[in-house]
Design a protein around this ligand. Structure first.
Ligand SMILES: Nc1ncnc2c1ncn2[C@@H]1O[C@H](COP(=O)(O)OP(=O)(O)OP(=O)(O)O)[C@@H](O)[C@H]1O
Ligand SMILES: [Mg+2]
Length: 240
């Protein structure tokens, strides 16, 4: 939903991520109902950032969430989130969060489950982590693309802001069957950048429809409070 100001400027409805520093890179937040692919190598912080997006979304901004996961069980997720003092179990009990753990699910059934659960708790945020689950569903790339495009359309209709994670390796950029190119409104990359003899965590917003973005790589920290982006720092300030 866009709000027209008296001076003619259009202010779009944005979703606050709850991740300190991230919204600054996107000039205020992710445009509502965008579908964002969060790419990064193993251990780069994709899951932690998703948890934070959900937790802060519910507790600070009153936006319920649906979380599609490949993790073994809800218990494993509860345990992991507790490390950051995020009580997902309570949120599930209060019907503010629904966790769907996918086993060998059928894609159409997953789509229906997403729709039903989003509507049931009036969710405004959706996480699919890891997005590689899409690969398990399809043998043929063309089939995958068609169905993922259909999923994207459905999510837009539901008015949920979605983050789908994508694993990339340092050597090889892999895409989720063109998900980034065809369906995503935004792409955020998490890196371990090598500087001399160590790795420095960093983040870059590659694209985000409907908004300006800051185009430089920024340093990122993970602590027991979650993920934090040093939006005002330059990456190389970190290293002296
Ligand atoms: N309390 C903490 N303080 C600092 N770093 C932490 C803390 N807890 C976890 N981490 C770091 O956060 C990272 C966890 O990242 P996360 O699991 O979100 O990665 P990921 O991108 O989802 O990886 P994968 O692709 O393997 O799923 C690990 O590298 C871990 O070292
Ligand atoms: Mg992960």
């Amino acid at each position: 939903m866009a709000v027209q100001h008296h001076n003619g400027a259009i202010e779009i409805d944005r979703v606050k991520s709850g991740v300190p520093g991230l919204d600054e890179l996107i000039y205020g937040g992710i445009p509502r109902a965008n579908l964002v692919v969060l790419s990064g190598d193993p251990g780069s912080g994709k899951t932690v950032m998703c948890w934070q997006f959900i937790y802060e979304g519910i507790t600070q901004f009153g936006e319920n969430a649906v979380y599609i996961s490949l993790e073994e069980s809800e218990q494993v997720i509860f345990q992991g989130a507790k490390e950051f003092s995020w009580d997902f179990e309570k949120l599930v009990k209060e019907s503010k969060l629904v966790i769907i753990t996918v086993e060998l699910y059928d894609f159409e059934r997953l789509k229906v489950a997403i729709e039903d659960n989003v509507k049931a708790i009036n969710a405004k945020r959706l996480i699919i982590d890891p997005g590689v689950i899409f690969r398990l569903f399809f043998d043929r790339e063309l089939d995958a693309r068609k169905r993922i495009v259909a999923l994207g359309k459905m999510l837009r209709t539901l008015d949920v802001t979605t983050i789908i994670t994508n694993e990339i390796s340092l050597e090889r950029e892999s895409s989720l069957y063109g998900l980034e190119e065809y369906v995503a409104d935004g792409v955020i990359l998490l890196y371990h950048t090598r500087l001399k003899n160590r790795f420095v965590r960093s983040i870059a917003v590659l694209k985000m429809r409907n908004t300006e973005i800051m185009e430089t790589l920024k340093p990122l920290k993970i602590t027991s409070d979650g993920v934090k982006i040093l939006a005002k720092a330059e990456l190389f300030d970190e290293v002296t």
